[in-house]
Design a protein around this ligand. Sequence first.
Ligand code: AMP
Ligand code: MG
Length: 396
Amino acid sequence: MALSFEQARACVLREVSAGRGSLPTEQIPSLEAAGRVLAEEITADRDYPPFPRSARDGFAVRASDLPGELHVIGEVRAGEVFRGLVGPGGAVEIMTGAPLPEGADAVVMVEHTERAGDRIKVARSLQSGENFNAQGIEARHGSVVLSPGRRLGFAEIALLAMVGRECSTVYKRPRVAILPTGDEIVEAGQQPEPFQIRNSNAWSMAVQVARAGGDPRILPIARDNYESTRHLIEQGLDADLLLLSGGVSAGKYDIVERVLADLGAKFFFDRVLVQPGQPLVFGTVHEKFFFGLPGNPASTMVTFEVFARAAVELLGGAQEAPLRLLQAQLSKDLRQKPGLTRFLPAQVSADGSTVAPEPWQGSGDLNSLARANAFLVIEPDRESWAAGDLIRVLLK
Ligand code: AMP
Ligand code: MG
């Protein structure tokens, strides 16, 4: 059954979200949790900020005293507390990060004051609440600051440090078996015969899997015969997800689908109206999800990026697995035959505003893919674009 790009993506998201069951978790040091997905709710251990915190260097004052002349009764720096009270006509010199003294309700910036001995003159007026952060304004004690399903980046990990969580519970990385197929394929360390090709797909997939939060395991190359393919697929089913490359086209020796069918696989689709990557297979076998990605390097990379990556992310506990799309202006006119959603290697300008197609020789052209920093996403129902038109771009 052939699906459109959108239908196939929706199918992957739906099936994996529904079928992933309860995912295993582990406790790890938060500092090592970058890229992992949080499996627990994180709450604020106290108010944030924990005290009314000055946002400026200046003077803590009573706003109703301004404009006017004030008496400086003391000083408070970050890490200290002022023990007295700011009464009418009083001010306390205050540094950024210091707690606002009692009685004060605003901070006047030092730049807006004129000082003479223990007196300051302030020419402008000030609102109550200006230039400090009220206690608990960022997060209340006990409120949720991070929810399960969130991927942890530098800001989230800083938040874990802020609330004192040296360790946190995250989802385990899904184990992803990578199974290259093909009689013509030899390992990257080998000297190929003139009619052989080195196995580059296993490496690109391993990098893509790791980047999506998975734990890649590369299997030996399956030969294009039933026994070899079946034996290695069975090995791959130990993992949480099986990714095959090659052997899913209509050729006489493309036997991946036959082996999977014999193992009792359920196929959600086996053709998607995309290029590169039409003969893409997705299903479950022995309660594990699998993808049969077409073997051309561009097909393998693109179909991983737009379909399998979401499965790895969801199996890793992510709540969502969106595509990283943006819009940019096309650098030159473009014509494409309609009917397929196409992903063409492209170069987005450094400021993200324009995009140029990268010259390429078709699905086997790894050089073009290495030069590109993005893919143009060509809609299936449109034939021509003019230079300057906005077009969708998928970041690489
Ligand atoms: P297939 O999908 O098996 O028909 O393969 C399509 C094309 O991709 C063929 O030209 C293969 O040589 C090439 N190919 C298949 N597997 C790999 C691989 N693991 N690494 C690099 N190229 C591959
Ligand atoms: Mg093949």
